[in-house]
Structure formats: structure tokens, C-alpha cells
Design a protein around this ligand. Structure first.
Ligand code: C6P
Length: 419
């Protein structure tokens, strides 16, 4: 993580940041685009868009194979991103950074390799009541295959983890604790470090789903002491189809490979096949080279602002959003009302209107939010709702965007006769 730009000396010039994102100039249904769906995927600054084009204009080639200049340039650019990520998440070894297609694939990789070899009948896998399907379905299916047991850390009505019974939930039988660092629905930031300590005392490994945290706050996986950490480039200004799995080297070393094919082997004969060194053992075939190379520019863009500054700015903007939304009659925020250990995913329900109708109305005014179950159906059930509307914030949002959301929600209630 770059510490050159400190919290104190950085002026968060959101207008300048906005001007870096060409898509924000677009009109939607005749209105200025107010993009409040960054939890689903963020927009891309011009630097990232140009880096993608430049890759194809200047260095396009396959990696780790060719001996010609282009192949070397592409390999170096690809590996440069790996080193950059290793620094970005706390100074890990590059052998511990595996490129995948996204958070979903990163978690599936662990479930199908570590999970298949380490989970046996009667073992316990602990998740929480606020997981995205990406961190729930692979474990439920693994448990079914192995006759293992899924246990859940419950949540409070406020939308925080309820750790009051944690010593009975994580036990000596627990092999894995897999939980989200930040909820994509509630915005809650979970105490990963505390949970890692408890899990390690009981001999369990911990996977944290960082899809919603790495883009918004400084994350140091070494300090957190997690065993696995997963995230996606497209939620942090980078391209789609690129994800990261961080894993501790000693654990990755013992895991079998995930996909079989080219580049993940050392020697192949009909009698015996040996695997490539880390991290290549887990990167079979031709990866998304252009995407990985482009991701480097996204990381630099974020570092130039500084993750501390991003976190501080978004916390202030989240507080403003909550303050404005609670002024609207009939609207309920689903998730913590204060911004302590809370990110900028702000879900809400309206006592009269379905979230899909809210989203459609807002879209007619140029405002993009997400509505639905947010790939968290079990969480919806716990919240006693079938869906929520969700505004999710990022570095290019400002108070004017929140005001637009507030004013149109207010107008919407009047329009539907629910003043
Ligand atoms: N959440 C949202 O709108 P992928 O699709 O693999 O990049 O990320 C999956 C994922 C995993 N964990 C969490 C906490 C997530 O929020 C997501 C993606 C998006 O909330 C799309 S459903």
C-alpha cells in the first residue's frame, strides 16, 4: 500500500475524479448519470480504458511461453500486476497471489482443492448469515458432498455479526471459517482479525471474501493473518474477468491444482505428471492477460488517491447518505445506521413500494441503483424481506449524487401517492 499520500495532506477533489470517468458524461433518459451501483461493478477511469487499448496496440502476446520480445513484454506486464497486488494487500509474496476470473472463482478454487482434500464427514464449516452466494453455495455443496456440517454466525437486527456465542460456533471440529469482510447488502465491515484469532486457536483456517472491502479501505492480509483472501478487479476500477486469490504459501503448496492443462505442470508423461511452482500451479491455460495488465493501472489510480483517503471520504459520504435517506417517510435502512465499521453499501426498503419499482423509477431520472436479493437470499430471509434497493458509493460520488437520490425518492413517494 502506498503511504506517500497521507490522510492529512490529500485534497479529495471529487470533481476532478468525476472528470476522469468518461461514462459519467453520459445522459440517461435525458438526465445526468448518477451512478450508485459500484457494489455491482465500478466505472473505469480513462487511464484504465487507455491501458486496455494500449495493451492490444503495443504488447499483445501470450505469456510464459514465447521467447520473442512481445511475449517477454506481455509476461513482464502480467507479472508486474502480480507484484503490485502483493504490495497493495500488505506485502505478501508473489507466489501467494493467484489470478482467477473473479471472487466467485477464487472461492470455488479453494472449495474444490483445499475443501476436497481437507473436509471430511462430520467436519464443520462456519459461515455467517450475511454471505453472498459466492461464499455460501460452494460451501453448502462441499458439505453435501462430504457429509460435513454448515454452521452460521448469526447477525443482530442492526446487521452486525452476533459474536456472543462464537466460542460454541467455532469449535475444535471447525475446519474452515469463511466470511465476508464487508457485506454487499448491509455495508457491515466484520472484525476479521478477531475471528481469525479465534479460528486459529481452534485449528481452523479462515477465508475472507474481500470483494466489497479491498476496493474501499486499506487491507493488509498479513496483519489480518487470514489464510485465504478473495477479491475482484471490476469492483475496484479494473476490468471484468479478473480476480485474485491470496493464499498462504504453506497451505497453497499442499493443495492440489484446480484446472488441469497447459502452464500448470512441470513434467508430463503418461505415467507421471508433476505440478508447476506456485502460483502457476493454479493458473492453467491462457489467462485474461489484457485484463490483468490493465488492472495494474487501476491499482495505481487508487494508490494515487490513497486507500486511507478513499475510506475516509466514503465514510463521510455514507454518513451523509444515511442522514438524508432517514428523512424520507416510509423508508427503512437495512444495515447499521452509524458508520463505525461500515462501508458505503446502503440498502433500504420502502413500506409501500417494491425495490424493483424504486429502481425503475430512479432509472427514469438517470439514477442507477441495484434492486433485488443481491445474491444473498438467505440474508433476505433473515431480514424478513424478499429484496432491497441498494445505493452503493465510490470515489466518484458526491453529496450532489446523494441529494439527487434523496429528491427523486421523495418525488417517487409523492408520484405513487405515498406522501
Ligand atoms: N456482488 C453485488 O452487486 P464476482 O461476481 O465474482 O466478481 O463477485 C462475487 C461477490 C462475492 N462476494 C461479495 C461480497 C460480493 O458482493 C460479490 C459480488 C455484486 O453485490 C454482484 S452480485
Amino acid at each position: 500500500m502506498s503511504t506517500e499520500t497521507t490522510k492529512k495532506d490529500f485534497l479529495f477533489d471529487v470533481q476532478k475524479i468525476k472528470s476522469d470517468f468518461p461514462i459519467l458524461q453520459r445522459k440517461i433518459n435525458g438526465h445526468r448519470l448518477v451512478y450508485l451501483d459500484s457494489g455491482a461493478s465500478t466505472q473505469k477511469p480513462i487511464e484504465v480504458i487507455d491501458a486496455h487499448t494500449d495493451y492490444f496496440k503495443k504488447i499483445n502476446s501470450n505469456i510464459h511461453r514465447g521467447l520473442h520480445t512481445l511475449a517477454e513484454d506481455a509476461t513482464n506486464a502480467y507479472e508486474k500486476t502480480r507484484s503490485h497486488i502483493a504490495k497493495f494487500i500488505g506485502g505478501t509474496k508473489t507466489s501467494e497471489i493467484i489470478f482467477t476470473a473473479g471472487t466467485t472463482e477464487s472461492i470455488n478454487l479453494v472449495a474444490y482443492t483445499w475443501g476436497e482434500t481437507n473436509i471430511a464427514e462430520g467436519d464443520e464449516i462456519v459461515i455467517t448469515d450475511m454471505e453472498h452466494h459466492a461464499n455460501l453455495v460452494p460451501w453448502v455443496m462441499l458439505a453435501k458432498r462430504k457429509n460435513a456440517i454448515i454452521k452460521r454466525i448469526p447477525i443482530t437486527d442492526e446487521g452486525r455479526l452476533d459474536l456472543s456465542d462464537i466460542q460454541n460456533i467455532i469449535t475444535e471440529k471447525t475446519k474452515l471459517v469463511s466470511l465476508t469482510h464487508m457485506s454487499n447488502v448491509l455495508g457491515t465491515v466484520n472484525p476479521i482479525k478477531e475471528i481469525v484469532q479465534i479460528a486459529h486457536q481452534k485449528g481452523a483456517v479462515v477465508l475472507a471474501d474481500g470483494a466489497q472491502s479491498v476496493p474501499h479501505m486499506p487491507v493488509d492480509v498479513v496483519d489480518l493473518d487470514v489464510d485465504f483472501y478473495a477479491f475482484s478487479a471490476h469492483k475496484m476500477l479494473g476490468p471484468t474477468g479478473v480476480g485474485v486469490l491470496y493464499g498462504k504459501e504453506d497451505i497453497l503448496d499442499k493443495m492440489p491444482p484446480f484446472n488441469m492443462g497447459g502452464e500448470m505442470i512441470s513434467e508430463v508423461s503418461f505415467e507421471r505428471i508433476t505440478w508447476a511452482e506456485l502460483p502457476h500451479k493454479f493458473e492453467a491455460g491462457t489467462p485474461n492477460i489484457a485484463g490483468v495488465v490493465t488492472f495494474d493501472t487501476a491499482l495505481t489510480y487508487l494508490e494515487n488517491i490513497g486507500m486511507e483517503n478513499i475510506h475516509a471520504y466514503e465514510t463521510k459520504l455514507t454518513a451523509y447518505a444515511i442522514k438524508k435517506l432517514i428523512q424520507i417517510d416510509g423508508l427503512k435502512i437495512q444495515g447499521p445506521y452509524n458508520t463505525i465499521n461500515r462501508g458505503g453499501a446502503v440498502s433500504f426498503t420502502d413500506k409501500n413500494l417494491h425495490p424493483h419499482d424504486i429502481s425503475t423509477f430512479l432509472d427514469s431520472k438517470g439514477i442507477a441503483i441495484r434492486a433485488g436479493h443481491h445474491c444473498a437470499q438467505t440474508l433476505m430471509k433473515r431480514m424478513r424481506t424478499i429484496a432491497t434497493a441498494r445505493a452503493s458509493l465510490y470515489i466518484y460520488n458526491d453529496e450532489a449524487d446523494i441529494d439527487a437520490l434523496h429528491d427523486e425518492l421523495f418525488a417517487m413517494r409523492r408520484y405513487f401517492g405515498h406522501e
